[in-house]
Design a protein. Sequence first.
Length: 295
Amino acid sequence: MKDSLFTENLKQSTGMRVFMYLVILLISSLVGVAFSMLFMLSGDMGLKIGQGVSSVMMFVVPPVVYYCITRKGHPMQELGIRKLSPPWWLILIGVALMFVSIPFTTSLTTWNESMNLGGTFAKLEDYLKMMEEAAGEVSERMLKVDSVGGLLLNLLIIALIPAVGEELTFRGVLQQALTRRMKNPHVAIFLSAAIFSFIHFQFYGFLPRMFLGILMGYMLYITNSLWTSMLMHFANNGTAVLLYYLNNKGVIEDAEHFGETDNVWIVVASVAATVCLIVLSWRKGKPIRADRKPI
């Protein structure tokens, strides 16, 4: 049976495909905001539930709906939900990357936070700092738990849902689309990581978040499976949730600055280990090659 005219137009028109995705995203996001507002006004628990609903509707639903509409046969596989190809241990390398890179990531954070726009951009800087403080207050409210139930809920809302949703959107849809259209996959990985970081609207965390996006992007490209980047994303967010829980219980101190160091050699070792793991993964894995399929 021949494809419909609508399907044929989708195959030919990038603009139409982008327009369709944006429409799905807008509708889903509005529904998510409407439902989340019902919860967010009912205390910290409502804030968490509202945040979870909003994340699902903004990052999980649009890519899944879009691929189900535009793909035939196995839409989830084309989105990136594929079995890992041998060697299987590359997924563990991905998780290890999130930890060995901590000294460098925290150094990036410190440098990013010390940036001073000033001058012509003084008002913009004040606005960015205000947004950062507001986001920090919300995060502090959500992370302020000292019970096992609160920990598990935070792992769901702050770690698992973003790990699934943001990887579906930024690596599954965006990075794979850019990889298909560009001859250089490295550009696609860096660009999608920059957009991933920008969408969080936190200027003083832009660089470390982009760097983590690059790591997850490379491991997706190497393993050809979103399971790798999802697990990496969950490990990163989940570690933060666990550290704050232990901080609240009095087991550790100053979870916010965990991993920070002034020792330049530790940072250099972190960079070297990160690069070595990426190179090892690249050589042992089978990186996918860009094709010309529609997004």
